[in-house]
Design a protein around this ligand. Structure first.
Ligand code: PLP
Length: 361
């Protein structure tokens, strides 16, 4: 089976990890600091704060912006659940805006009518590795005095014009094993706002300003030195990983666009899409349903996935009637999308096999 995701972790992490274990300094220390500094400079943000997951990066970003009970945060219903649950975990309420059917990202044109006197922030998600319309969302945020948070958990190295994902608003990254780079489990907040950075550091470490002096309610989201060493190594290779993803995606798009009823990912001008997922749309013009094609590919040794089969607003955890609103474009995407393997571990033979199976389906 050709897997849908597979991380590449270099052996260059083994010696530093051995040193860390021998030293006994395993919890957050100088390697975490080094990882934060190199990550911030890569993204083009002044500060980066390492965490233990993308989810708590989102929580820290929201809390550092003062968001809590009674507040509303606008986000997309078509993402991984954490984009919305991070809002609930801060005591605030998610309010959804529908997506652009071409990019699958939040549609700025559907945001403004959802803004109320309680709205405090917008979390846009750079879904599959291509950035949402940061220009338009930034504009809305400025006009309504809202905070823009970028869920960049799928967009390490993605770019719009000259600037990277995570440098426009408060950036939140995940280093889960399926992402463009990994630390096992891990996350990062990026910001150029000193106040946000200071509050994130406090929130991550029990609100501790000085030893045993706790100035605010905090949490424990400290990264380990071992994770940081893996992150430092991964960051050095991120560009080559992303280039391999882009090359694989271009190859697949040539095949997909020649098949009636299948639509390859749309790349916007001035954007660099880093293909966390290579996600096609299986339309009603195709000879099989999306689920039949998925089954066919899997029977022929090709791992594939549906990201995501149930939009967030339809998840069983939302049982309140006011959450049963309809977001038709997100619901249609959930019926049509199918992700194929695109990761850098694919061999030339793998990618040729995927093309052949697709053509013969
Ligand atoms: C992976 C992911 C997250 C959560 O990251 P974790 O590290 O798994 O907590 C949040 N948002 C999006 C869009 C993701 O893909």
């Amino acid at each position: 089976m050709i897997p849908i995701a597979k991380p590449i972790i270099d052996e260059d992490v083994i010696d530093p990890i051995r040193e860390i274990i021998k030293s006994g300094n395993i919890a957050q220390g100088r390697h975490v600091k080094q990882f934060e500094e190199t990550f911030a400079s890569f993204i083009g943000a002044k500060y980066a704060i390492a965490t233990t997951s993308g989810t708590n990066a989102l929580q820290l970003a929201l809390l550092s912006a003062g968001i809590g009970g009674g507040d509303e945060v606008i986000t997309t219903p078509f993402s991984f659940i954490a984009s919305a649950t991070a809002i609930l975990q801060c005591g605030a309420s998610p309010v959804f805006a529908d997506i652009d059917p071409v990019t699958f990202n939040i549609d700025p044109g559907d945001i403004e009518s959802r803004i109320t006197s309680r709205t405090r922030a917008i979390i846009g998600v750079h879904l599959y590795g291509q950035m949402f319309d940061v220009g338009a969302v930034q504009d809305i945020c400025q006009r309504h005095r809202l905070i823009m948070i970028e869920d960049a958990c799928q967009a390490h190295g993605a770019r719009f014009n000259r600037s990277l994902a995570g440098s426009y608003g408060i950036g939140c990254f995940s280093f889960y094993p399926t992402k463009n780079m990994t630390t096992g489990e891990g996350g990062m907040v990026t910001t150029s706002d000193e106040g946000v950075a200071t509050r994130c550091r406090l929130l991550r470490n029990h609100g501790q300003a000085e030893r045993y002096c706790h100035t605010m309610l905090g949490y424990n989201a400290r990264m380990t030195e071992i994770a940081a060493v893996i992150g430092i190594s991964q960051l050095k290779k991120l560009e080559s990983f992303n280039e391999a993803r882009i090359k694989n995606a271009n190859f697949l798009s040539d095949v997909v666009s020649s098949i009636k009823g299948l639509i390859p990912p749309h790349i916007l001008p001035d954007h660099r899409h880093v293909f966390h997922q290579y996600t096609i749309r299986v339309t009603s013009d195709y000879k099989m349903s999306r689920d039949e094609l998925k089954k066919y590919l899997e029977c022929n040794g090709i791992g594939c996935g549906v990201h995501y089969p149930v939009p967030i607003h339809l998840q069983p955890m939302f049982d309140k009637p006011d959450c049963k609103l309809s977001y038709p474009r997100a619901e249609q995407a959930a019926r049509e999308v199918l992700s194929l393997p695109v990761h850098p571990s694919l061999t030339t033979q793998d990618i040729n096999t995927i093309a052949e199976v697709l053509r013969n389906a």
